[in-house]
Design a protein around this ligand. Sequence first.
Ligand code: MSP
Length: 514
Amino acid sequence: MPAAAGRGSFYITTPIYYVNDTPHIGTAYTTIACDVVARYKRLTGFDTFYLTGTDEHSMNVERKALSQGLTPQAYCDQVSQLFKETWQQLNISFDDFIRTTEPRHHHAAQLMVRRARDKGDIYKGKYRGWYCSSCERFYLEADLVNGRCEYHPNQDPVWLEEDNYFFRLSLYQQRLLDHIEAHPDFIEPEERRNEVVSVIRSGLEDFSISRSTFKWGIPFPDDPDQVIYVWFDALVNYLTGVGFGYDEAMFKRYWPADVHVLGKDIIRFHCIYWPAMLMAADLELPRKLFAHGFIYFKGEKMSKSLGNVIRPLELAERFGLDGLRYILMRQTPFGRDGDFTWESVTERYNADLANDLGNLLNRTLVMVQRYRDGLFPAATGAHAAGARLRETASAILPEIDQAMDHLQLSDALASIWKLVTAANRYIEEAAPWVLARSRDEAPALDDVLYNLGESIRLIAHLVQPYMPASAEAMAGQLGVALDTSGDWSRVSPWGQLPAGTRIGTPAPLFPRKE
Ligand code: MSP
């Protein structure tokens, strides 16, 4: 999919998802957010690579597979496929889907261990501690609440003791702090950055990177009794996905990653372990780590009929796929937690999509049909209010770009909606139905209709990353095709809608929901 593009490369990743769960609204949230950014970057001319995939090795997976009478591999094949299909159904434009069970990844993870070992950063020691098998991590006694980890209050951790290999994280404390200080955008949002800094300042301990108590993992180099433990395996996927150890040209093209997107639950691994591992391997660090919040659905109906776990496709059934994508991206600032209810999301859908955007499109098409036989007239400049509309359009473009660079995905939508709102207000102000009564006002009416069509053309391109199918349908109703060439200079300047464009067939894009 990556097209030749003029603005350099852009590499974005999701966490790779554990196969002991199936896709749900939380994992869909991350995956859709990355999709929005990836699509925006492609649209605006970046040679974009979007990686997602599945994290398949662990004690949990081994156990779960056996309990279902499957080999771990057969079990992983099934669940990984389900993730891939779900993302395809959600219209996720990933460029590759990585599985940690692939040979290319085994090779890459072993290569990373070797590099760190050659540096002297890996040693053998004894691990003792409380292990929560759902988190896949050890806890200190002091970190447990009522004897259990904070994330799994219904599950007892187990006491494990074994010989493991350790990574000298403690060695990297100062270098990590220096890097974070020198790169203010490295960890976002800022609260997360502060959190990470305070964890590092409180002192970093070496962490164990192998296990001998289960077999379902990547063999540790030169020690067949151990497998590489999950984080030293999983994090490396970001390198494997762009050719590390097998395609040097690709690796050069995309590494370092521009942004790793992750949920707040896995900040420590991404913002502390991962940069230190890369330092040990003498590799460049990613440019940005963005930690988003958690979303919850607490609508009564939802919890009654579905339990706490919401499947993304069920929500899509109600709001349409693009309605779902829009709601998830708009309702909560990316980075904060969000608590959704049926009422709040229905209200959002109706207000923004059914009313604001849907009506703008529909009213415009109806007027072009009625007053100009379905053909967009040429702009004439004869109506004064047009200048303000154009100003709004050109003001939002840099705003959106800036918001996207900081993954403020909800803010970028708010900026797009400034143009939607301005265009609706423009209709009210210009009152085309009044202009239509007088022959003298024909040039003014032409101008108003053209400017509305042009606004919609621009809006369709701008919402495309969020609502790809609806954007295409919108453009189709307008009578044009979306320009996806990646040449932003052909899309963004005002006035690209050709005069004489014949409108397509009007149809409501976002039917109202009660
Ligand atoms: N396999 C590890 C990640 C390894 S990355 C090198 C993992 N997998 S996971 O399946 O548990 O996925 C965790 C991620 O799913 C979170 O970081 C977040 O992106 C997403 N979410 C899971 N539940 C979520 C919500 N309720 N809300 C938002 N995102 C959530 O951790």
